[in-house]
Design a protein around this ligand. Structure first.
Ligand code: SF4
Ligand code: SF4
Length: 209
């Protein structure tokens, strides 16, 4: 009897919701993927590893992103740059870089932690996979090409809107650096994937002068 009454209660709720959407009140269902909603600028989608305008990789293999990740889904191994053919400015670069997207909670703490703005997030959320292995994005899939375009593991995926990869929030910090009021309202992210187009943050001495 108890089960039947619970069932009846559930059916009534479902019927009420159906009726409300039929008469066009309240509930709006987006018929994805036929219809698409504009995402907020800071939408957290799949990651991308960025380059500098000269093609150098921004990642220096410091592992701060991996340390900050609450889901422990980033694996980084740094290596020394070859002095005559460096991958990144400085001594080290990200030799191995992997993100297990099955564990990622898209919190963007990795983006916050990165000292070189190497890792940012795009607007792409279509990342269905058919095996656990496919869900591990390697450096090959994460690192943007030298021309600024972003690779996708399955470029022929009919369900993925790859133009979403062109839009990266690339934001750096949720709060002003060191709590400095001078940073209130200052734009700290770029609108598009690709080589960073914003002016670098001034060093502390310049800022405090
Ligand atoms: S978005 Fe969050 S959970 Fe995902 S890799 Fe970055 S820090 Fe880890
Ligand atoms: S992405 Fe950023 S934080 Fe992560 S290893 Fe590279 S430079 Fe360090």
């Amino acid at each position: 009897m108890g089960v039947m009454s619970e069932l009846w209660k559930g059916l009534r709720v479902t019927g009420r919701i159906g009726l409300r959407s039929l008469v066009g009140r309240g509930i709006v269902t987006t018929e994805y993927p036929k219809e698409f909603r504009t995402k907020p600028q800071r939408f957290h989608g799949r990651h991308v590893l960025n380059r500098y305008p000269d093609g150098m990789e921004k990642c220096i293999g410091c592992e701060l992103c991996a340390g900050a990740c609450p889901a422990q889904c980033i694996y980084v191994r740094g290596a020394d740059n070859a002095p005559d053919d460096p991958n990144s400015p400085g001594e080290r670069f990200g030799y191995v870089y992997e993100i297990n997207m099955l564990r990622c909670i898209f919190c963007a703490l990795c983006v916050e932690a990165c000292p070189t703005e190497a890792i940012t997030m795009t607007h792409l959320f279509e990342m269905s996979v058919t095996s656990r292995e496919e869900a591990i994005y390697t450096k090959e899939e994460l690192l943007m090409r030298p021309d600024g375009t972003v690779p996708h593991p399955r470029p022929d995926d009919p369900y993925a809107d790859l133009s979403e990869l062109e839009v990266a929030d690339g934001w750096v910090r949720a709060t002003a650096p060191s709590g400095s009021a001078a940073y209130e309202g200052v734009k700290m992210w770029q609108d598009t994937a690709g080589p960073a187009s914003w002016d670098p943050e001034p060093d502390q001495e310049t800022r405090d002068a």
